[in-house]
Each structure stands twice: as C-alpha cells, then as structure tokens.
Design a protein around this ligand. Sequence first.
Ligand SMILES: [Zn+2]
Length: 197
Amino acid sequence: MPCKNCKTRPVIKLNSTNIKLCRSCFLKYFEKKVLGTIRKYDMIGNSKKINILDDEFFNINFNILNQLSEQRRGKFKVFKTKLRKGKTATSDNIDTISSLILLSEFKNRLRKDLLPVYKNTIRPLYFMHLEEIELYAKLKKLRIKKRKLPTRQKKVMNFINDMEKQYSGTKNNIVKSYIELINNLIDETEEERYKKH
Ligand SMILES: [Zn+2]
C-alpha cells in the first residue's frame, strides 16, 4: 500500500491507524503534530527563553523549537541548559509518560506532574510514539542519546506495547484519560477552595 497522501513508497505505518506515509509526508505529519501540541497547551506563552533539557531527544526538541522561533521572528530564544530559570522542554513522549502513569497507578499514588505542561516543564513530544521519534531522528540525521530506563518502567512499557498491538490506541487512551482525570481533580480542588471563601 502506498503513502496515503501522495501514493509514493511509505516509510512508516502510523500507530493506532492503518495509515502509511512516505518520507516527506511523515516529516510533515511529525512536525505538525509536535507544533500542534505546543500550540494547544500554550507551551511557549510569553516566555522569551526556552531551555532544552540535554536528554534523549535534545536534538529533536532543539530543531523543532528553533524552527518555531524563526517563524515567530525570534520572539523567544532556544538554549541548551540544565534545569534553571524559565521553561524547560524535555524528551518525554507517549511511551515514557503512559508507563509512568500506569506505574503511579499501581503504586496507588497518582502523580500530578505528568501533564503536557507542569510548572516550568514543557513536553513537546508528549503525544509522539517512540517509534515515530526514532524514525524522525533517523530521517533527519539527528543524534539520539540512548537512555537506560529503570527495569520496572521498562517492564510496564513492554506490557503497554503488547496491549497496543492488541488494542491500537491504548497509549493514547492512557494519557488522554489521565489528562482528563487530573484536570477534573484540579477543578474540584479549585471549587473546594472557592467554597471555603
Ligand atoms: Zn507521501
């Protein structure tokens, strides 16, 4: 089956759909989705400075955010720094996030810090699958720094990968219901606070 958009030879079959894309359509899809996440969650806001955490997919975040900075005529600048003042973009993605969400649920301790934006942490790759990120890096010749995950998390990730094969859309469902749940909890606490006054 050829690329869904232009009928040339595909490089990937997208997760959770049966859509196949060629090299150039895939690169467009990837960047559009990441930029869409940045916009939807207002990750830049009024910040003049965005730090990129020097982790696994530093080069990808750096490239895409620099593209955006150019589009916005340099309204913000991108830096390579460790966690300091200002917003920091991390390499978290749907695979790492969904496994951390499940791990926290197993421990019966729901973490509130795994949202696309939490305090000064922003996660542009939040909805991207590891497989997509690795392919993007390969096609763009961007270097990835391999990171060793804790054994427990790795096990949960494998479990979710098996689920995803059986029920495509599993990862998406995990992160989307998590976001909804946390937002509901936040609304409730705000209501409580409001009642007290
Ligand atoms: Zn195409």
